[in-house]
Design a protein around this ligand. Structure first.
Ligand code: SAM
Length: 258
């Protein structure tokens, strides 16, 4: 395990539960798909503040939450005393005793440096026959949001930002799972337009929360006008009378280690 992963401090863990709790709320059906049984050993990869980890524990499983962000783990430990959380990177974590299942919600697309290494680490953490149940962003996720960002950056004469995510197609991810020793039992690919109820600042707030790395190194005086332009460009597709809507596309799968 790695204990110091400051580069993963990509967002504010205090704001995470209050403003972006929808991420874990929408993960509840994934816990049903995991169907944790009393006494099973489950690892929650990219557990964030531990909301879903706690739901899995509530069903009687013995759960370990792993996250790359020290702030997330600190908050998880504070919120759920007595539960097990540890800092670790999805690319290269190792466990002593293999688990019955690895669960992951809304986190695998952040582990973009080497997705194959992530799948291989998950495989090594599982017993033969162990389940890998996860949901992540899929190809086309946030396409309107990212197109607005790229256009605004171009208009301001800025170098194209490196987007921090890995959004695979279902075919690509299934192939990688199979190549790394999994049998894919279920794979769903679907649109999930998601109200950004807690983003009064619209797409600009979303960029600040989920893509803050693209703002690093920019001259401070251009950040606000640049994000204002992102809002103007994204609004026709994403702003409704009721508020902003993110154009999420998800991949949800259940695979079994051979
Ligand atoms: C959108 S949050 C989801 C958190 C939680 N699973 C939930 O459903 O609320 C994504 C999480 O992935 C974590 N993460 C990102 N890259 C990671 C990595 N390489 N290794 C471990 N965790 C990582 C982040 O720190 C963050 O807590």
């Amino acid at each position: 395990m790695r204990y110091d992963t400051p580069s993963l401090e990509r967002w504010n863990s205090r704001a995470y539960d209050s403003s972006f709790g929808y991420v874990s709320t929408q993960g509840a059906p994934l816990v049903d798909l995991l169907d944790p049984r009393p006494g099973e050993r489950v690892l929650d990869l990219g557990c964030g503040t531990g909301v879903l980890t706690a739901q899995i524990a509530f069903r009687g499983a013995d759960v370990l939450g792993i996250d790359g962000s020290a702030a997330m783990i600190e908050k998880a430990l504070a919120q759920y005393p007595g539960m097990n959380f540890i800092i670790g990177d999805g690319h290269d974590f190792t466990v002593v005793d293999p688990y019955d299942a690895v669960f992951s919600n809304a986190a695998l697309h952040w582990m973009s440096r080497d997705p194959v290494a992530v799948i291989a680490s998950v495989r090594e953490a599982l017993k033969p026959g162990g389940r890998f149940v996860a949901e992540m962003g899929g190809a086309g996720n946030c396409a309107e949001l990212t197109t607005a960002m790229l256009t605004a950056w171009r208009e301001y004469g800025l170098r194209e930002p490196d987007l921090p995510w890995y959004f695979p197609t279902p075919a690509e991810y299934a192939r990688r799972l199979e190549q790394e020793g999994f049998v894919v039992r279920l794979l769903e690919y679907f649109d999930r337009p998601t109200p950004l109820d807690e983003c009064p600042g619209g797409a600009a707030d979303w960029v600040r929360m989920f893509a803050s790395s693209v703002l690093e190194g920019l001259p401070p005086e251009i950040v606000e006008p640049l994000l204002g332009r992102v809002n103007e460009l994204a609004a026709p597709a994403l702003r409704r009378e009721s508020g902003w809507m993110a154009d999420y596309v998800r991949l949800r799968f259940a695979a079994v280690r051979r």
